[in-house]
Design a protein around this ligand. Structure first.
Ligand SMILES: [Mg+2]
Length: 288
């Protein structure tokens, strides 16, 4: 087996040592491993796209969700599977697939070679594997202090959320589902995966195996409402709230007259408008 191992040296729980350990672990089973290190934002996309020309059997990403998200954008459509060794801050995608945060157990999943095909979301031409959303959470993600994140990890998101909650004016977002149904909301989360921001279940009915994205539209605006929604997410009841719309969709269009930030797979992405759809079963991924 020939593997292209993409390592992000600044991922939450990564280190040079870990990269070497995993490479030699895989090699001990007879695999040929070439290590590439991500050097700039977007470099995992370019590296993963070389999988075909370098004739590797699989791409392995040793990093967090951000780097995986970049890598799938180099790979969707190339008929090469991706393996995940989760060493990021939250590792939401690994959790979704049932891949252990123990790096050797994660490597064993790749060595065993069992894979499945999963669907991906597409937003304004870019693939995502977890979710795309606009409103409060995108504002939190775009306001995060990256230095603080490298020091205290997940807690940096709470600090950012507290600051955004104080100043945000919760602009109204127009949502159009499958070119038919129209809604208005303040936070719109379009999920390919069930999990969100770690262990929270944003979209309990979502499946990466189906032809749909699961959309949560939090319809009311304001600080008090947002706190209630966050409590709902925390207690796994938000999708039952009367003022939360939960629908399955193949296409979602979001727009606003105000400037509204969009985040994709946990990183800042763009501002509205955004066009979101799903490509069924496009990515091969190693799973337990
Ligand atoms: Mg789905």
């Amino acid at each position: 087996m020939k593997y292209l191992l993409i390592s992000n040296p600044v991922a939450g729980k990564n280190s040079k040592k870990k990269t070497k350990k995993i490479a030699s672990y895989l090699s001990s089973f007879g695999a040929e491993v070439s290590i590439e290190t991500t050097l700039y934002k977007g470099s995992a996309t370019n590296l993963a796209a070389q999988a075909y020309s370098r004739k590797v059997d699989a791409v392995i990403v040793l990093s967090g969700d951000g780097t995986i998200s970049e890598a799938i954008n180099g790979m969707a459509g190339i008929d090469v599977p991706i393996g995940i060794i989760p060493v990021g801050t939250a590792n939401v995608f690994a959790g979704e697939l049932g891949i252990s945060e123990n790096i050797y157990k994660a490597a064993d999943v790749i060595l065993r070679g069992k894979e499945k095909r999963i669907s991906l979301g597409v937003i304004n031409g870019t693939y995502f594997m977890l979710m795309a959303s606009c409103g409060f959470d995108a504002e939190v993600v775009s306001s995060i202090n990256l230095k603080l994140k490298s020091k205290i990890g997940k807690l940096a998101y709470i600090a950012s959320a507290a600051a955004v909650l104080r100043r945000y004016n919760f602009p109204e977002v127009n949502v159009c589902i499958d070119q038919r149904r129209e809604y208005k909301g303040s936070l719109v989360v379009i999920s390919n995966a069930k999990y969100y921001a770690g262990k929270f279940v944003m979209a309990p009915h979502a499946s990466t195996d189906d032809k749909f994205l699961d959309v949560c539209i939090f319809t009311k605006r304001g600080r008090g409402q947002m706190l209630r929604y966050l409590w709902g997410l925390f207690t796994k009841r938000h999708h039952k709230y009367k003022d939360v719309v939960y629908v399955k969709a193949r296409h979602v269009r979001m727009s606003s007259v105000e400037k509204v930030n969009v985040q994709v797979d946990g990183d800042p992405f763009c501002r509205l408008p955004a066009d979101v759809s799903v490509v069924p079963k496009i990515l091969r991924v190693f799973c337990p």
